[in-house]
Ligand binder design. Structure first.
Ligand SMILES: [Ca+2]
Ligand SMILES: [Ca+2]
Length: 230
């Protein structure tokens, strides 16, 4: 069996069906593998009942997310790393809960920040090549978070080499510029943002309440990549 066929067989064995041909090609080319994500228990399934989707919201998927391929050996660099925030005194929970590995949709699994635009920031501890960022806000109920913006930078104050990986603030209510990405429904899979190998040490995730609450809940953030320097 050729190497290409071996990878194909492996992916098939893992139950990978969607996007196989593109994924298989990439895998054969670049020594890639699906991110070894460990997802929490779904709090609900399927499409939200009687919820009107505006033009800025993408409809929820009815099928599992296709596997995301990244170079073999990437790890969740955010795990147990230091978290800071625009909110110095969260309403409930503590900031370390953003990187403690608990992603479950229970009431004691999130840190709750005050209303309006807030952010959480993670210091990866090294300059890293980042392939994917995953965010779980509160995924216990159907809701869409607003002004989800993800940026990376070379310094903790976000003054050096700031780059925006994701922005769905379509009306610029958070003032960081108009976002072109769609709003989306929270669910157990978290939101996966393709970081395309961007290099940075600091990552900041913004939000501005949701369709469910004006407050900002963060359950977990994962940053998959590899350290490349200081
Ligand atoms: Ca957590
Ligand atoms: Ca907005």
């Amino acid at each position: 069996m050729t190497r290409k066929r071996t990878i194909l067989a492996t992916l098939l064995a893992m139950g990978v069906a969607a996007g196989l041909s593109a994924g298989e090609k990439k895998a054969a080319k670049g020594n890639l593998a699906p991110l070894p994500l460990k997802l929490p228990i779904p709090a609900f399934m399927g499409t939200p009942p009687d919820m009107e989707l505006g033009p800025h919201v993408e409809p929820p998927r009815d099928t599992p997310r296709p596997p995301f391929l990244a170079p073999k050996g990437v790890v969740n660099l955010a795990f147990k790393k230091k978290v800071t925030s625009s909110d110095k005194s969260p309403i409930t929970g503590t900031l370390d809960m953003v990187t403690d590995g608990n992603k479950e949709a229970t009431d004691d699994s999130f840190v709750e920040l005050h209303r309006r635009t807030q952010w959480v920031q993670i210091d990866l501890g090294c300059k890293a090549k980042i392939y994917a960022v995953l965010i779980w806000h509160d995924h216990s109920t159907y809701q869409v978070y607003h002004d989800v913006i993800v940026q990376v930078a070379d310094d903790p104050d976000f003054t050096k080499n700031v780059r925006t990986l994701f922005n769905n603030d379509y009306d610029n209510s958070s003032g960081l510029g108009i976002g072109r990405q769609k709003e989306y429904f929270e669910n157990y899979e978290g939101k996966l943002i393709d970081a395309k190998g961007v290099e940075a040490r600091y990552i900041r995730c913004y939000s501005r309440g949701s369709t469910y609450s004006a407050l900002n809940r963060y359950t977990e953030v994962e940053v998959w990549g590899k350290c490349v320097g200081k």
